[in-house]
Design a protein around this ligand. Structure first.
Ligand code: IN0
Length: 456
């Protein structure tokens, strides 16, 4: 379906798409300093929507997170490059955390924007070296641990569910742990975030498992060698080889296998909700919430979907724009999670899918937490609204104009009578005087009310 067809089917996408386009245009305006400008330019090129969210972070954290993201992308580029022989790749992964301090370090690997990133790496290093020491230490520590984990898995197959969790911990859970350390170090979030590993890890696992599920075909068809992240203990129940799942004749087994992995990924969603509930600062909240809601939307799209084995399954741009605009607080976040959990639940066929019952249980648990949060947050908002006894600006202005008019009328009674063709002294002077003072008192009271703005 073309762009127009999609928009006609989803007219509600148009405004969010326009708003997000404006946000993207704003994000394309680069800082003046040339190394920083390079970092944000390459960030815009390698990650579409995520670059916008990074740029919306508070100034205190923005550059640190941008550099953290680029450092990790660079490490990932080395891990991904199948042209690097293993005996060269291994030391590079293990030592990368030291290269990030070397102003002269650059390398020739990767493709397209990543090749450019690696070739221009000294520009990233220049910005890294200017970050505050605690931020540099967090980035270097995570890079060290991730490089070691990648090296461990370079020749190790993901066999069991434990291996799967361990691999995802290295490449994504550690990112969550690093981010939590940055939040704590910035003092924008409680220091409890420093060293918090369980929930931070779950945040990464939920994202990475979603990526691994969605990217099955791309990874298995990778040249010169396939990349295999689906755990053997799961796929071996459905096929002789992981590669077999891409063939038409194994479609049912492939979908069931994928659904089992989706169910496993869903188990992390509860810890993700707990993590999100601890975040106080608005820009950090959005930064963390958007990828999470995109992930559950992707899982809902993939569940039971044979197209995952035919090509790239992605959520539509309009939906991703809507998510980007609706992740501002816990109420919106839980509402988003519940919406996609609900989409997923309608796709489950417990009598056809061997894991259907477990999937339903996982979604039920998630929906329960979402409902609880939605109820609590709605109540909080209601209480805030009731306690907020300030008058809206429009009401204040209306009252002021009404009583201003009455005040003018009372003090110009004689001119009013004259303009109506009545004798200007027709009224009782005592009543006229009373009107003047009454209007004045009313006008003073209303003016005070308008300035203070309270109902009671
Ligand atoms: C991320 C994560 C990310 C963001 C916020 C909180 C997180 C907590 C724990 C772990 C990761 C967290 O988000 C990005 C999202 C992203 O890059 N989206 C892409 C879409 C795509 O398909 O690639 C985009 O272009 O918008 C993410 O996926 N990862 C990531 C990397 C570094 C940082 Cl600092 C934060 C990658 C990964 C592997 C999931 C950790």
């Amino acid at each position: 379906m073309g762009v127009l067809g999609t928009l006609l089917r989803h007219p509600g996408d148009v405004i969010p798409l326009v708003k997000v386009k404006r946000m993207a245009d704003k994000a394309k305006r680069l800082p003046k300093e040339k190394n920083l400008a390079y970092c944000y330019d390459v960030l815009n090129k390698v990650s579409r929507s995520f670059a916008i969210v990074i740029q919306q972070l508070d100034e205190e954290l923005r550059d640190a997170v941008c550099v953290f993201y680029l450092v990790l992308r660079a490490l990932d580029t080395i891990e991904d490059d199948m042209a690097i022989p293993i005996d060269e790749k291994l030391p590079q992964l293990l030592e990368f955390y030291q290269y990030i301090y070397d102003p002269a370090y650059s390398t020739n690997c990767g493709e397209k924007h990543y090749k450019d990133l690696m070739a221009n790496y000294p520009k990233v290093t220049a910005v890294f070296l200017k970050l505050k020491k605690p931020y540099r230490e967090v980035i270097a520590d995570i890079t060290r641990r991730m490089g070691a984990g990648m090296a461990k898995f370079i020749e190790k197959e993901v066999m069991t569910m434990e291996d799967f969790d361990e691999y995802c911990h290295y490449v994504a859970g550690l990112v969550g742990i690093g981010l939590s350390n940055l939040w704590g170090a910035s003092k924008m979030e409680s220091k409890e975030f420093i060293g918090e590993e369980k929930l931070s890890n779950a945040m990464g696992l939920f994202l990475q498992k979603t990526n691994i599920i969605r990217d099955y075909l791309e990874d298995i068809q990778e040249l010169p060698a396939p990349r295999m992240f689906w755990p053997r203990s799961v796929w071996s129940k459905y096929a002789k080889e992981l590669d077999d799942l891409q063939h038409e004749e194994n479609r049912d087994a492939a979908v069931q296998c994928m659904n089992e992995l989706i169910t496993n990924a869903l188990h992390h969603s509860l810890d993700c909700m707990k993590y999100m509930a601890r975040i106080k600062e608005a820009s950090i909240f959005r930064f963390c919430a958007i990828p999470q809601v995109m992930a559950i939307a992707t899982l809902a799209e993939c569940y039971g979907n044979e197209n995952v084995f035919r090509g790239v399954v992605k959520i539509r741009r309009g939906l991703s724009a809507r998510i980007m605009l609706k992740c501002n607080n816990m109420l919106e976040f839980a509402t988003g999670f519940k919406y996609f959990a609900n989409q997923l639940v309608h796709k489950v066929q417990p009598n056809k899918d061997p894991n259907g019952e477990e999937t339903l249980r996982a979604i039920e648990a998630l929906e329960e937490v979402c409902d609880k949060i939605i109820a609590e947050e709605s109540e909080k908002m209601h209480v805030a609204r009731v306690n907020d006894d300030s008058l809206p600006m429009s009401t204040r202005m209306l009252l002021w104009f009404l009583f201003g008019g009455y005040f003018t009328y009372a003090w110009r009674l004689e001119e009013v009578r004259e303009s109506l063709g009545v004798n200007r002294h027709a009224g009782d002077p005592r009543v006229d005087a009373f009107q003047r003072w009454f209007a004045t008192i009313c006008f003073i009271i209303i003016s005070l009310l308008v300035i203070v703005g309270k109902k009671r």
